[in-house]
Design a protein around this ligand. Structure first.
Ligand SMILES: Nc1ncnc2c1ncn2[C@@H]1O[C@H](COP(=O)(O)OP(=O)(O)O)[C@@H](O)[C@H]1O
Ligand SMILES: [Mg+2]
Length: 239
């Protein structure tokens, strides 16, 4: 569903993403780990088209989106949920999702309504459909952020540290929701610092260090890797 070849980006003399390649199939979830500054968010920026790559190609369901601007990549099936959700204060949950279904998913009228309903069900927001953005607690703002991405009808879903700021039980609720999103037509990529959340959800984990992929393998293999333990688990134990 997503194929990435030789993706690279430098800011001045700083090589932030260096020749990264991966393939994520429909139904799979790929975790992306790495210390702060490893290039994880820039990797997502390159996939989303927010930052222009120096080299490399991105394919969504076989279509080359490398030359497309961000909005066109959303229409091609690439959706992204941001770390800090910023809902519109006076719009309801349902209105947010109808907008996303329209602007990103190209659905109008009844079709947009149906998409909004379906997505609220998948993200546990049905009972909050008439609640406005300003009245949502953090976990529900995160749910809405995810739901907006889903409302565009994505083939590839990019999640960047969406569990930040949540309590442990809330992280657990979010993990269960993401596990429930896995389906054949959707590839999920998830950047997260919380190792156990990725271990529980992902089929594979890709580890970035200084912009370079150091390993991509099953969660148990990655967790047992000596370099990963030094780079990541060492960092985590001081956090
Ligand atoms: N627009 C930019 N201009 C210059 N340097 C940047 C820019 N964006 C990110 N960087 C640098 O790129 C490196 C990787 O950043 P980032 O992708 O945010 O890492 P991560 O998400 O893994 O913490 C950092 O050293 C950061 O300072
Ligand atoms: Mg980041």
């Amino acid at each position: 569903m997503l194929e990435v070849r030789g993706l690279s980006k430098a800011f001045g003399s700083l090589q932030v993403v260096c020749d990264v390649a991966t393939t994520v199939r429909g139904g799979e979830c790929l975790g992306v780990m790495g210390p702060n500054g490893a290039g994880k968010s820039t990797f997502f920026d390159l996939l989303a088209g927010v930052t222009r790559a120096d080299a490399g190609r991105v394919y969504v369901d076989g279509a080359d989106v490398s030359a497309l601007p961000p909005e066109a990549r959303v229409k091609a099936g690439l959706a992204r949920a941001f770390q800090v959700p910023k809902p519109f204060a006076s719009l309801t949950v349902a209105e947010h999702l109808r907008l996303a279904a329209d602007a990103g998913g190209g659905l109008q009228g009844h079709a947009a309504l149906e998409r909004a309903e379906e997505v609220m069900e998948r993200t546990g927001l049905s009972c909050l459909s008439m609640t406005t953005g300003s009245s949502l607690r953090l976990l529900d703002r995160k749910r809405l952020e995810l739901a907006k991405a889903l409302a565009t009808g994505p083939k590839v879903l990019l999640l960047d540290e969406i569990s930040g700021g949540l309590t442990e039980p809330e992280v657990q609720a979010l993990v269960e929701m993401i596990q429930g999103l896995k389906r054949p037509g959707l590839a999920i990529l998830w950047i997260e610092h919380i190792a156990h959340a990725l271990q529980a959800t992902c089929d594979r984990i890709l580890m970035l260090h200084l912009g370079t992929k150091v390993i991509e393998d099953r969660p148990d293999v990655v967790a047992a890797d000596p370099l990963v333990r030094e780079l990541y688990l060492g960092t985590a134990s001081h956090a």
